[in-house]
Structures are given as structure tokens and as C-alpha cells.
Design a protein. Structure first.
Ligand code: DQA
Length: 144
């Protein structure tokens, strides 16, 4: 099965970006670990990061033809993007929302997500491990 891993704005800066919130791993480090987990489970992963809302939306649309599951850290678009929410609703592909930091322990504007109520699950505050936990959940489901 095929799993799409989407990362939103500024996550290309992981490793140097506010490590007290986001940890020391780069996005490439995280993707390497996910690739290892996926190949052991015979799953194909595709990664896409963008700082542009329309590019993320285009990937969600394309996922209709090439993905069975989406793991997404929408970053700041979590709190702003009705368009990304509508795209995920439109394609009807199950997804897990991941945040490195615990958004509920931060500024109030991070407490609301436009995606959480349509997500299958939300992982927030467990750092880079959150992506691995989301992947494990996706694999279990896709194999059942
Ligand atoms: C984030 C949390 C968001 O509030 C923030 O805008 C991000 C990253 C996280 O992974 O903790 O860019 O999604």
C-alpha cells in the first residue's frame, strides 16, 4: 500500500528551527527512519514538504490516485486553512494529523485545528516519534 507523508510550512527548517519546540532532528532524519519502518512492512512512502498551501492541496488531490493513507503535519496551516481541510474531506483518504510540539501547551491560536475533527487521529507533543507512531497505526490499518 502507499502512504503519503505531507509536511507544511517551515518544516524544511527542522533541525535548526526552535529546537526547544521541534527537536534536533532534520526532516531528512525523520524521513529516513520512516522509510526504514515502511520498507520492513512492505509499504511505499512518498514524502512532500511545501511552504505553499496550494502545493499541499495539489498533493492531497493527487493522492486520490496514488495513496491509501496520509500522514500530515500541516504546521501553521493547521490553524488557518479551511482549503486544506476541504481538500482532505474531498478525497476521503484517511489521515492522521501530527504535531511535533504539544500545540495545546502553547499559544491559544495553536489550540484550534481545522483538521482534527475530520482526522482519524491526532498526535501532538511526542516530537519526531509522533510520525513513527502515526506510521505504525497506518500500517496496522492497511494490513487489516
Ligand atoms: C507544528 C505546530 C504548529 O502550531 C506550528 O505552526 C508548526 C509546527 C508542530 O509540529 O508542532 O509549524 O505543526
Amino acid at each position: 500500500a502507499n502512504i503519503l507523508v505531507l509536511n507544511g510550512p517551515n518544516l524544511n527548517l527542522l533541525g535548526t528551527r526552535e529546537p526547544e519546540h521541534y527537536g534536533a532532528d532534520t526532516l531528512a532524519d525523520i524521513e529516513d527512519r520512516l522509510t526504514r519502518i515502511a520498507s520492513a512492512a512492505d509499504m511505499t512512502l512518498r514524502f512532500f514538504q511545501s511552504n505553499a498551501e496550494h502545493e499541499l492541496i495539489a498533493q492531497v488531490h493527487a493522492a486520490r490516485d496514488n495513496s491509501d493513507f496520509i500522514i500530515i503535519n500541516p504546521a501553521a496551516f493547521t490553524h488557518t486553512s479551511i482549503a486544506l481541510r476541504d481538500a482532505l474531506s474531498a478525497v476521503e483518504i484517511p489521515f492522521i494529523e501530527v504535531h511535533l510540539s504539544n500545540v495545546h501547551a502553547r499559544e491559544t491560536f495553536r489550540h484550534h485545528s481545522y483538521l482534527s475533527d475530520i482526522a482519524q487521529g491526532v498526535i501532538s507533543g511526542l516530537g519526531a516519534q509522533g510520525y513513527e507512531l502515526a506510521l505504525q497505526a497506518a500500517i496496522k490499518q492497511l494490513n487489516s
